[in-house]
Design a protein around this ligand. Structure first.
Ligand code: CP3
Length: 349
């Protein structure tokens, strides 16, 4: 059994462009809200049967070509030893934040089989329940994006504390990033062993840097993870699991990003796909890049935009249609369904 999605990741010939949506399991779906009324978000992430159920909801409701594990990028941060809470409207809070050597020393590199076994259980249930219908994507936050939450203590506007640590105490920052990167390597290996068929690294906040700072302070850790996963897959002789790297606001960084070694590069909507492809070269497949707010347009206009992205992406080695970032909670579901159907119909060869 081979899947359109995995073929597109590898740049092989396909009959239509596959599509999935970042944050495809979530509040815009009534089925999701129904479950969330009964349990809080972290409990949902930590209850494998429920996490598997909400992972599958968008497969049935939307007809997308891949499932993504339902979890959160901050789950491993909690396993490293930080206190994690989610608040309505405010988002995640990690308290106390990481600001000095002593707090970094206290952080563990968790053993996923012991400390995050619920994630691996969710993956095993999903592989059974999906039963070959669509492939399952595992994921992790990339180190910088995870570290911003750890250093800021939550969501941030200017990322002042993070940049202050980088610029004033670079050795401290490096010691934190080494631990986070090692955590990500162990975490993604365990997800692949449990059955993830592709993995995505979410680097949502990497776009806050100049190209030089991105190259010095962000990219080395991403490369380390990708190289470690590739080497490990070679020695274990497992069927190759493609790696997707997504950077929010990537357009100033593509010349650096193209050295990362991933199979697929996720592109946000602030750049045209053909420009991104030209700058990345032919070694990658691309993923993206409809503005999530475009799903609030009338269907005819959505269709024009879908068509345009498919056209602009036609020069890529492979294209996986997606939004340029996560789907918003207010999004009309019928427009998401229509978009998925348009991608399939308009791209059919
Ligand atoms: O893509 C998927 O469907 C898989 C599930 C997933 C979630 N979060 C579920 C979630 C994934 C891949 C993530 C990644 C994630 N989490 C990122 C990187 C990707 C991105 O979208 O930028 C980040 C930065 C986080 C951290 C996080 N989690 C924030 C800032 C928030 C609050 C934002 C909000 O919309 O409330 C979350 C909560 C969260 N993660 C929700 C979901 C479905 C909403 C929780 C709820 O049900 O109330």
């Amino acid at each position: 059994m081979d899947y359109t999605f995995l073929k597109a990741c590898r740049g092989e010939k396909i009959s239509h462009t596959p599509v999935w949506i970042m944050r495809q399991a979530g509040r815009y779906l009534k089925q999701y809200q129904k479950i969330r009324k009964k349990v809080d978000f972290l409990t949902l992430c930590k209850t494998p049967e429920l996490a598997a159920e909400v992972t599958i909801q968008p497969i049935d409701a939307l007809g997308v070509d891949a499932a993504i594990l339902f979890s959160d990028i901050l789950i491993p941060v909690e396993a490293m030893g930080m206190k994690l809470e989610f608040f309505e409207k405010k988002g995640p809070v990690l308290n106390p934040p990481i600001r000095n050597e002593a707090s970094i020393k206290k952080l563990a590199v968790p053993n996923p089989e012991e400390d995050m076994n619920f994630v691996l259980e969710t993956i095993k249930i999903l592989r059974r329940e999906l039963n070959g219908k669509v492939p399952l994507i595992g994921f992790s936050g990339a180190p910088l994006t995870m570290a911003t939450y750890m250093i800021e203590g939550g969501t941030s506007k200017n990322f002042l504390q993070t940049k202050r640590m980088i610029f004033q105490t670079p050795d401290l920052y490096a010691s934190l990033m080494d631990k986070v990167a090692q955590t990500v390597i162990e975490y993604l290996r365990s997800q692949i062993k449990a059955g993830a068929q592709a993995v995505q690294l979410f680097d949502t906040w990497a776009g806050i840097f100049s190209p030089a700072d991105y190259k010095n302070f962000v990219l080395p850790y991403v490369k380390k993870i990708i190289n470690a996963l590739k080497d490990w897959q070679k020695t274990e002789k497992i069927k190759y699991v493609p790696i997707i790297y997504f950077v929010g606001e990537c357009s100033g960084l593509l010349e650096e990003i193209k050295t990362c070694g991933a199979d697929v590069i996720g592109i946000d909507w602030r750049i045209n796909m053909d420009d991104a492809i030209k700058r990345l070269g032919s070694n990658f497949s691309v993923q993206g890049n409809l503005d999530p707010c475009a799903l609030f347009l009338p269907k005819e206009k959505i269709k024009e935009r879908v068509k345009e992205i498919l056209n602009r992406a036609s020069s890529a080695r492979g294209h996986i249609f997606n939004l340029g970032h996560g789907v918003l909670p207010e999004t009309p579901v019928e427009n998401v369904v229509a978009m998925v159907e348009m991608v399939h119909r308009l791209s059919r060869k």
